[in-house]
Design a protein around this ligand. Structure first.
Ligand code: NAD
Ligand code: TYD
Length: 350
């Protein structure tokens, strides 16, 4: 029997690189094809430890280019697709919504079309796994959790584009019978996270003695999951999820932004042997994000009960591992914060 080929999109990005590593190392019998356009957020250095593995291939391609995507499908003939490629940062979506529509909506439809053409109604052993976000559900008040039945109510251009892509994935299942699964995960953190997002931005700024910008009053709440635990959930749902279903992924781990940043500062003071309270002096309240969702919180009961999923680390452990990774990989941090990052940072914060 020939090897099973799995096409992973966005595999050079933050979460995608952990998913690629999980699959390349855990499934030597699979051929893993990583398709990525290498935007500012894509970085092959994230995968240098597995780049030479014989079951791994990298293909540079843009999912907005329908012809090229179909050609890649026809060349590699994937049995499975795990789709992570996206524009992923809310603040950038506020500045430039159209690129989010192009990649997140049109790009997803291009992949669905290519899978539909290649598989041509022979769906045995085939699977299209769409990786999405809890942000499609909109915002919660002080109480309650997002379940898989919560109505979609996106507010940012980013979440609107992801919600739209989720609807297209379901539509291809309902209309054409495409075998799909979806995961909607809470905020991730961990190694290789681009320092435009809250946690790596604060680690980078503590290291450079720069202000830690907290939007609004800092009481906005997010539910955080260690990225390797997200990759494990993707593996589980890709292999065991029920066709046509979606699964919320999270670790019941809510933090108000200000409390999270204080915990990050506490751990960094210890690791950098600074006086207790020194890093927290950098905390600076800044203008709020327009349309800022108050609270996200995932009810992960379905994936826990039906697939036996449990996160492997507590938040304090995961955060400690994350800070250690950045302390040991300052060259990575310097590389990704030179160039385009400087103009992004100036426009967003200065
Ligand atoms: P990221 O921004 O770190 O990486 C995105 C990757 O996609 C990059 O490698 C980039 O080069 C690639 N890409 C972008 N546009 C492309 C295009 N047109 N064609 C091909 N490749 C392209 O994102 P991430 O944080 O790793 O998120 C990955 C996925 O997980 C996204 O779909 C995101 O919506 C979802 N998600 C993210 C989080 C989170 O907390 N970061 C939480 C839940 C779900
Ligand atoms: P972020 O990491 O951008 O993820 P998302 O917007 O997808 O949840 O932001 C996490 C939270 O931190 C969110 O409430 C916005 C807030 N935030 C700040 O307060 N300051 C910052 O500089 C950034 C980037 C985010």
């Amino acid at each position: 029997m020939s090897k099973r080929t799995i096409l992973i999109t966005g595999g050079a990005g933050f979460i995608g690189s952990h998913v690629v590593r999980e699959f390349v190392l855990k499934y030597p019998d699979y051929h893993i094809v990583n398709l990525d356009a290498l935007t500012y957020a894509g970085n092959l250095a994230n995968l240098k430890d597995i780049a030479e593995k014989s079951n791994y291939t990298f293909v540079k391609a843009d999912i907005t280019d329908a012809k090229h995507i179909l050609a890649v499908f026809q060349e590699y003939k994937p049995d499975g697709v795990i789709h992570l490629a996206a524009e992923s940062h809310v603040d950038r979506s506020i500045a430039d919504p159209t690129s989010f529509v192009m990649t997140n909506v049109i790009g997803t439809v291009n992949l669905l079309n290519a899978a539909k053409i290649l598989w041509d109604n022979n769906f045995d052993g085939k699977r299209f796994h769409h990786v999405s976000t809890d942000e499609v559900y909109g915002t919660l008040g002080e109480n309650g959790l997002f379940t898989e039945d919560t109505a979609y109510d996106p507010h940012s251009p980013y979440s609107a584009s992801k919600a739209s892509s989720d609807h297209f994935v379901r539509a291809y299942h309902d209309t054409y019978g495409l075998p799909v699964v979806l995961t909607n995960c809470s905020n991730n953190y961990g190694p290789n996270h681009f320092p435009e997002k809250l946690i790596p931005l604060c680690i980078h700024n503590v290291l450079n003695n720069r202000p830690l910008p907290i939007y609004g009053d800092g009481k906005f709440t997010r539910d955080w999951l260690f990225v390797i635990d997200h990759a494990r959930a993707v593996d589980l749902v890709f292999h065991k999820g029920v066709n046509g279903s979606s699964y919320n992924v999270g670790g019941f781990n809510e933090w108000k932004n200000i409390d999270l940043v204080k915990e990050l500062c506490r751990q960094m003071d210890q690791k950098l042997k600074k006086q207790h309270g020194e890093s927290a002096k950098l905390i600076t309240f800044v203008r709020d994000r327009p349309g800022h969702d108050l609270r996200y919180a995932i009810d992960a009961t379905k994936i826990n009960k039906e697939l036996g999923y449990q996160p492997s680390v507590t938040f304090e452990e995961g955060l400690s591992k994350t800070i250690d990774w950045y302390l040991n990989n300052q060259e990575w941090l310097n590389d990704v914060t030179s160039g385009e990052y400087q103009s992004y940072y100036a426009a967003q914060y200065l």
